[in-house]
Design a binder for this molecule. Structure first.
Ligand code: URA
Length: 209
């Protein structure tokens, strides 16, 4: 079963509180999401493999470490996931960025892929799929399916806030995918919003209603 990593660093927890606050306006909300994404990227990359190489410092030769594993791909789930991309790119500037868009079919209520664009070297990349809110998990489950169908082999899911229902959905459907979140909230309400959550992440990021 995929592990759930709750990133409880004080800086992240502090910023999440202001992200939750309904009085936080669009500009500040966007900045905070960006900052939390950077801090979470630090944790999500903690187990990246290293190899030793030789370098020459101004003083002597040295053996030192560089990243050795797969290159990174970031895949935001449209639209709110976009708000987390730049924050991750600050730490991993060479990462390639794909996009996946899904909508919920009004009759079947199932998520349907309407947009997908991924880097061409899918099999050689480690993907970080990002969406601020893991609510029912339906969209994230389908987004992960979309990547796997195209040959993606390794990935992690990074969200700001999750509901227990969403975590269970990912663990059931994709036991190979670890989840990184800043908080796990109580539940979903009847409209599918996370309680207490932060409202509609997309609307708050982009200033729409
Ligand atoms: N999507 C959001 O933006 N907010 C929620 O609470 C649930 C899903």
């Amino acid at each position: 079963m995929g592990k759930v990593h709750i990133i409880d660093h004080p800086l992240i927890q502090h910023k999440i509180t202001y992200i939750r606050d309904k009085n936080t306006g669009t500009k500040e909300f966007r900045e905070l999401v960006d900052e939390v994404a950077t801090l979470m990227a630090f944790e999500i990359t903690r187990d990246m493999p290293l190899k030793e190489i030789e370098v020459e410092t101004p003083v002597s030769k040295a053996t030192s470490k560089v990243l050795a594993g797969k290159k990174i791909g970031i895949v935001p789930i449209l639209r709110a996931g976009i708000g987390m991309v730049d924050g991750i790119l600050k730490l991993i500037p060479a990462a390639k960025v794909g996009h996946v868009g899904l909508y919920r079919d009004p009759e079947t209520l199932l998520p349907v892929e309407y947009y997908l664009k991924l880097p061409s070297d899918i099999q050689d990349r480690f993907f970080i799929i990002v969406d601020p809110m893991l609510a029912t998990g339906g969209t994230a489950v389908e987004a992960i399916h979309s990547l796997k169908k195209r040959g993606a082999k390794q990935m992690k899911l990074m969200c700001l806030i999750a509901a227990p229902e969403g975590i269970k959905a990912i663990q059931d459907a994709h036991p190979d995918v670890d989840i990184y979140v800043a908080g796990v909230d109580e539940r979903l309400n009847e409209k599918g919003y996370i309680v207490p959550g932060l409202g509609d992440a997309g609307d708050r990021l982009f200033g729409t209603k």
